[in-house]
Design a binder for this molecule. Structure first.
Ligand SMILES: [Zn+2]
Length: 173
């Protein structure tokens, strides 16, 4: 699975429901998603089962929907970007803190944003409102966008900035 294939798959999954169902996306990639009650600080992890050759994402059901969805998307990103590492280590989570780890976590966060808010879908969404790249998206519109894409306002603002929309500074303090 390369980035281009992922992008096509994400676009398909988005067009089914008008938001990206991350569990469906994971399943399409052959990944099982297990939802468990875990301590507050646990977001999610991805495990590789050497026996079956399959990956499994475990996510925390106690978190808000937007946080849960971001965590699953983050682990899917690891699957796409760092699959060799996942297979070698057997498990990836956010416990270990070193500079290498910081880099891959940033990469996974960034791709998670792309998964949940595909560029083409975002563009269409704002085009319909007459808002173009480079235009200001006011706070209310950012909040509505976050609700429609089922993400946090924070994740929404980061992604919109990445896609060259102007977002109110207060959201990205
Ligand atoms: Zn991670």
């Amino acid at each position: 699975m390369n980035r281009e294939q992922l992008k096509n798959l994400v676009d398909d999954v988005y067009s089914e429901k008008g938001f990206v169902d991350v569990i469906r996306l994971a399943n399409e990639l052959g990944i099982e998603v297990v939802v468990e009650k875990r301590p507050e600080e646990f977001n999610a992890c991805i495990e590789y089962d050497k026996q079956t050759g399959k990956c499994r994402i475990i996510a925390n059901m106690l978190h808000s929907l937007s946080r849960f969805r971001f965590s699953v998307a983050h682990e899917i990103a690891h699957f796409v970007l760092h699959q060799q590492l996942v297979k070698k280590e057997g498990l990836l989570n956010r416990e270990k803190k070193n500079s290498d780890n910081f880099k891959i976590e940033r990469e996974a966060d960034r791709l998670a944003g792309e998964i949940l808010m595909p560029a083409s879908a975002v563009k269409e969404y704002f085009d319909r409102q007459g808002i173009r790249e480079g235009d200001q998206v006011n706070e209310e519109a950012v909040n509505q966008f976050a609700r429609d894409f089922r993400v946090s306002t924070y994740a929404a603002a980061i992604r919109l900035k990445e896609l060259h929309y102007l977002v109110p500074g207060i959201v990205l303090a």
